[in-house]
Write a protein that binds this ligand. Structure first.
Ligand code: NAD
Length: 298
């Protein structure tokens, strides 16, 4: 087992809370914090110590881990008026697991390096179920030495770790993955809808596709058609899972990242619009596989 560490864990939402719980199970001493009183109450119910502020949570911590919604939250936490980077002693390891803009991750990492801190961006794949089961994939950017220090902690929360390059590279790779996922989910739903319109059984069609050349996570694990897979969000009214609005955010980041380097991503841009339409239709809070509803008559 890894040496027990004193860890401040900031952001106890759908992903952060189960990740923090797994670190505690692995024997680490956590102090946690979230801006939401409800999130803090859920953490206390699970026996996690909750501090009164992020500044209090990092007091005496060897490692700070954050799991926040978007770039502005991460920049606010680390670089804002009471930014943590100013308070942390040199040598502290900072791990940001949020999915944010690569440029934002680089900005925070540069400020961390200037203060003598080790920092990695370590966004995750695997969803809420992976966070609970401790089977997340970590997609890492930053110095190899910082990742080596973080590795035992990441292993307590996940099973795969990929080092993609320097600061921000984890975020770039995460956006590439999610852009492909967003497109694949939308087209899988469209394909099943076409088959159903021709009278095919969605389950039989999905079973065939799941072992044929259009096989993907969307056919095998998170099928967008209700009733095809019992455990998929589609079979429980698209509740739980990975929010359509989070996919919209990630596709927006992919578009931004593409513009930054002059890359052309026609399908990524189209997918961003599809998830924006899904939001307009009132499904932003549902699982992203609900995008299939755009092509299905109610
Ligand atoms: P969430 O909205 O459930 O949780 C985020 C938490 O951060 C909230 O409880 C919020 O109150 C808290 N917060 C925001 N700003 C804060 C601050 N300054 N200090 C303390 N707490 C603060 O989101 P989530 O589903 O846990 O996702 C977190 C990140 O992980 C996002 O970037 C998301 O894109 C990414 N992600 C999510 C999934 C998923 O399936 N939900 C999968 C992979 C990656």
């Amino acid at each position: 087992m890894a040496d027990p560490q004193r860890i401040a864990f900031i952001g106890l939402g759908n992903m952060g809370l189960p990740m923090a719980a797994n670190l505690t199970k692995a024997g680490h001493a956590l102090t946690t914090f979230d801006l939401s009183a409800q999130a803090c109450a859920r953490a206390r119910e699970q026996g996690l110590p909750v501090a009164a502020s992020a500044q209090e949570a990092v007091n005496g911590a060897q490692v700070v881990i954050s799991m926040l919604p978007a770039s502005r939250h991460v920049e606010g936490l680390y670089l804002g008026e009471q930014g943590l980077l100013r308070a942390l002693p040199a040598g502290t390891l900072v791990i940001d697991c949020s999915t944010i803009a690569p440029a934002s991750a680089q900005k925070v990492a540069q400020a961390a390096a200037a203060g003598g801190l080790a920092m990695i961006d370590a966004p995750v794949s695997g969803g809420v179920a992976g966070a609970a089961a401790g089977t997340l994939t970590f997609i890492v950017g930053g110095e190899a030495a910082a990742l080596d220090r973080a590795r035992p902690l990441l292993q307590a929360m996940g099973k795969n770790i990929f080092h993609m390059g320097g600061a921000g590279a984890g975020q770039v790779a995460k956006l590439c993955n999610n852009m492909a996922l967003g497109v694949i989910m939308a087209v899988t739903g469209e394909a099943i809808a076409l088959g159903v319109k021709h009278g095919l059984d969605p389950k039989a069609l999905s079973q065939m596709m799941a072992v044929s050349t259009s096989r993907s996570w969307a056919t095998e694990v998170c099928n967008p058609w209700p009733g095809v897979l019992d455990n998929a969000p589609a079979s429980r009214g698209y509740s739980g899972g990975f929010g359509s609005d989070l996919m919209l955010k990630d596709l927006g980041l992919a578009v931004e990242a593409a513009m930054g380097v002059g890359a052309t991503i026609p399908l990524g841009e189209l997918a961003r619009n599809l998830y924006a339409m899904n939001k307009q239709a009132g499904r932003g809070g549902l699982d992203f596989s609900s995008v299939v509803k755009l092509v299905v008559e109610d």
